[in-house]
Design a protein around this ligand. Sequence first.
Ligand code: DGL
Length: 273
Amino acid sequence: MDNCKAVALLDSGVGGLTVVKEISRQLPDEHVVYFGDTARMPYGPRPSEQVRNFAYQIIDFLLTQQIKMIIVACNSAASAGLEYYGQQVGLPLLDVIEPGVRAALRQTVNRKVGVIGTTGTIESGAYQRVFQRLAPDVQVFSRPCPLFVLVVENELIHTPEVLGVAEQYLQPLKKEGVDTLILGCTHYPLLADVIGSVMGPHVTLISSAQETASEARKILEEKEMLHPPGGSPLHRFYVSGPAKNFRKMAVKLLEKEIKAFQVVLDEETPLLL
Ligand code: DGL
């Protein structure tokens, strides 16, 4: 039965786990399959064509699992061209960009919104396009924060240097007077404390995880594909790099025991475009 299939998520590493956590909260009966492309992270500095091909390759893998929906829990992959994935998949597919913008629009009062993300995401202009479509009056100020992903993946969140890096990245947005800041990379909610301390209490931080999970729920409801209540949901985690490091971080983040398996992906991804 399709209802009993899993919700699949992908990211370059542990960032998408922020979305998994929210899926577990809002859709506690759903099975989850997660892929973290840890061997090839970070995606942010890579050319969009390459990131698109990595995402294709992972989606191909996910399609071999029993899945009913795909969430691209990676802004960088989504910015590299979600429209192409749609053609490939034949399953409901959503990303984290539009849900984040919608959440920001509900919060902003002065209509000045900041967006931080990887270099790939910011340079793609993906957020600007969604704002343009949904709320063209909003002033959008964006900044790449390339070191943040490495800070998270290398467990350096609590080091004193991080505050200095954050100040350097965020001061220009603060000066513009944004009242809302979209954490446009799924790794960044893990740095919310330091980002919040730099931006100050009057700036609302938006993590798209919550909004994405509720969008997933809506889609599954509409398609009558929700997993029936009860049973014990299975959460499976796959990574392209060594499973041990990922598992350690995932256990901390998800606050539960998990199993992670390594899947070695072929570097020579065939071009699917
Ligand atoms: N978590 C990802 C994102 O949302 C990927 C970051 C990276 O690998 O550079 O953009």
